[in-house]
Write a protein that binds this ligand. Structure first.
Ligand SMILES: Cc1ncc(COP(=O)(O)O)c(C=O)c1O
Length: 505
C-alpha cells in the first residue's frame, strides 16, 4: 500500500512542478545522485519504494516533504512494513555515505497510527498551493472567526478590562469565577454531583482530551470511540498507549450510535466510551432514548462516559441538547465544553471539563488528572477571565441557529445544494456546522477518498477533508464545514457540482 500511496503522491508532485520522469533523471545526474530510468519508472508505477537518499532527493526536487511523499503519514502505511524498509535503507545509506554519517531524527514511534487529517497532508498540499499564489476556499476546519462570526463585544470589553490582572498563573484547575460560572452551567444542564473541585479549565477542550486519555489508559487498554469521530479522540487515546476501538454511527439511523456494534466491541479491557454530541463530523444530535441506551450499556459494563459537548449551544430546529451525564448519576462521567464554537473565540483557547456522578469509582483516576493538570500549571488566564461573561446573560449564538440566522440558513442551503448533486446524498444535520455527505463510489469509481480530496483541491481549489480523516474506513464520505456565507457556499457548490459531473477515479 505504501508503494501505491508513494506512487500517487510522486505523480501528483511531478504534475504540480511540471516535471516528467526524464527531468528528474536529469536533475539527479546534475546533482550527482544515482537515479536510473528503470528505477524512476518503477517508482511511478508503484512497483518499488525508493531508498532514503533517493526519497530525499525526490522530495527536495519536487518541493514536498519527505514525510508526505513517502506516505508515512498515511494510516495505511503505518503497519510497520514501509517503516522497516526505510529504516534498513537509512542504515545502508549511513554506512555507504562514507563517514559523514549525518544523524537522522525520526518521530517517536508513539506517533505511529496517530492520525489528524483535519490538519493533514491534503491541508499541507493546500498550504503549498497557497504559497504559490493560488486562492483556496477552506471548508476544512471549524474555525468561525475567519468566516465573519464575531466574538460578542462584551466578551472583548471584559477581557480588555481584566488583562492586567491576568499576568500570573492562575490555580491549576482555573480561576474561581470561571469555575463558578461553569458549575452553574452544569446545574442548568442537570449534571449531578458537581462541586468546584470537579471543574477544570483547559487550553481548549483539545488539551483536556489529551490530558484525560494520558491519565486513564495503560498500554492496551481499550476505549470505545465513534466512527466517524473527531479524530483528536482517537489520536490522543492512541498516543496514550490505549487502543481506540471504533463503534459505528449509523447513517441509516440519522447517524446515531449503533448499540449492537457497541455491545459487540466491549471486552474486559474496555474502560470507557466516548460520545460526541452534537456530533462532529455528522451534525447529529442524540435524543434522550439514544443517550439512555448508551447509559444502560455503560452501566452494565461499568464504563466511564466521556461526552464531548462543545457544540451544545449550536442546536437547530427547536431541539434540545441533553447532557448524557444528567442521565447517569450512578456512573462516572466527564463532560467537555468550551467557548471555541458557541462564542466564536476558538483562538482564545478556552474549554473545560466537568466530573460528575459517581466519583467514588474514579478517585484514583481523578488524582491522575489533577497531577497532569498541575504539571501544565494552568490554562490561558485572559481567556478564563471571560468565561463568566460568556456564559451569563444573552447568548448571541441563539440568533445564528434560528430561521434567518446565518448557521441555520447556511445549513438549509448546503443540505439542498449537496443533495441536488447526482451521486451525493446526506443526512440533514441538526446541530454544529458540519455535514458529512455520502458519495456514490460506484458512480465515480472512487477507491481512495484522500485522492478524491486532493483532486478536488487541485481542480477546484476547494479544501475539504475526506471521510478517512475522521476514522471512517470506507472511501465514501467527506465533511463540509458550512461556515462561509451563502454567496461563497453557492460558488463552491457550483464548483463541486461541476467536479462531480466529470470526476472518475
Ligand atoms: C468535537 C470537538 N471536540 C473538541 C474540539 C476542540 O475544541 P477546542 O477549540 O476547545 O480545543 C473540536 C474542534 O473542532 C471538536 O469538533
Amino acid at each position: 500500500m505504501s508503494k501505491e500511496v508513494f506512487a500517487n503522491r510522486l505523480k501528483t508532485a511531478m504534475e504540480r512542478q511540471g516535471m516528467k520522469q526524464v527531468d528528474l533523471i536529469r536533475a539527479a545526474a546534475a546533482g550527482g545522485v544515482k537515479l536510473g530510468k528503470s528505477h524512476m519508472s518503477q517508482y511511478v508505477s508503484g512497483k518499488t519504494f525508493p531508498r532514503a537518499d533517493i526519497l530525499r532527493f525526490l522530495a527536495d526536487t519536487l518541493k514536498v516533504s519527505e514525510e508526505w511523499l513517502s506516505g508515512r503519514d498515511s494510516l495505511e502505511n503505518l503497519n510497520g512494513k514501509a517503516e522497516k524498509e526505510t529504516d534498513t535503507v537509512e542504515n545502508n545509506h549511513k554506512s555507504k555515505s562514507g563517514g559523514t554519517n549525518m544523524r537522522v531524527f525520526k518521530k517517536s514511534s508513539k506517533l505511529d497510527n496517530v492520525l489528524y487529517d483535519v490538519r493533514g497532508p491534503v491541508v499541507d498540499e493546500a498550504a503549498r498551493m497557497e504559497e504559490a499564489g493560488t486562492q483556496i476556499l477552506k471548508l476544512n476546519i471549524g474555525n468561525p472567526a475567519p468566516f465573519g462570526f464575531q466574538t460578542p463585544d462584551e466578551v472583548i470589553y471584559d477581557m480588555r478590562r481584566q488583562l492586567t490582572e491576568c499576568e500570573g498563573y492562575s490555580p491549576a484547575q482555573g480561576l474561581f469565577s470561571a469555575r463558578k460560572a461553569i458549575m452553574q452551567y452544569a446545574q442548568l444542564k442537570h449534571i449531578p454531583n458537581v462541586s468546584m473541585e470537579d471543574i477544570y479549565t483547559g487550553n481548549g477542550v483539545s488539551e483536556l482530551i489529551n490530558l484525560c486519555m494520558s491519565a486513564l489508559l495503560d498500554n492496551g487498554d481499550e476505549i470505545l470511540i465513534p466512527a466517524p469521530d473527531y479524530p483528536l479522540w482517537t489520536a490522543c487515546a492512541t498516543l496514550a498507549g490505549g487502543k481506540a476501538v471504533h463503534y459505528i454511527c449509523d447513517e441509516q439511523s440519522d447517524w446515531y450510535p449503533d448499540m449492537e456494534d457497541i455491545r459487540k466491541k466491549i471486552t474486559d479491557r474496555t474502560k470507557a466510551i466516548v460520545i460526541i454530541n452534537p456530533n462532529n463530523p455528522t451534525g447529529a444530535l442524540y435524543p434522550k432514548e439514544v443517550l439512555q441506551q448508551i447509559v444502560d450499556i455503560a452501566r452494565e459494563h461499568q464504563l466511564i462516559i466521556f461526552s464531548d459537548e462543545i457544540y451544545d449551544r449550536l442546536v437547530m430546529d427547536d431541539e434540545e441538547h441533553i447532557s448524557i451525564a444528567s442521565l447517569a448519576p450512578d456512573l462516572f462521567c466527564v463532560t467537555y465544553s468550551g467557548l471555541s464554537k458557541s462564542h466564536m473565540i476558538a483562538g482564545f483557547r478556552i474549554g473545560w471539563m466537568i466530573f460528575s456522578g459517581n466519583k467514588n469509582m474514579a478517585k484514583d483516576y481523578m488524582e491522575g488528572v489533577k497531577m497532569l493538570s498541575n504539571m501544565r500549571l494552568c490554562s490561558n488566564v485572559p481567556a478564563q477571565s471571560i468565561v463568566q461573561t460568556a456564559l451569563g446573560g444573552h447568548q448571541s449564538v441563539m440568533d445564528y441557529v434560528v430561521p434567518g440566522g446565518r448557521i441555520y440558513e447556511q445549513r438549509e442551503y448546503i443540505y439542498k445544494a449537496l443533495t441536488d448533486i447526482p451521486g451525493i446524498s446526506a443526512v440533514k444535520p441538526k446541530a454544529a456546522f458540519y455535514i458529512f455527505p455520502k458519495i456514490d463510489v460506484k458512480k465515480f469509481n472512487i477507491a481512495d477518498d484522500e485522492k478524491f480530496a486532493l483532486d478536488l483541491l487541485r481542480d477546484k481549489k476547494i479544501l475539504l477533508i475526506h471521510g478517512g480523516g475522521f476514522n471512517w474506513h470506507q472511501p465514501d464520505h467527506f465533511r463540509v464545514v458550512y461556515l462561509p456565507r451563502i454567496e461563497v457556499l453557492k460558488e463552491s457548490m457550483k464548483k463541486i457540482g461541476d467536479f462531480f459531473s466529470y470526476y472518475h477515479q
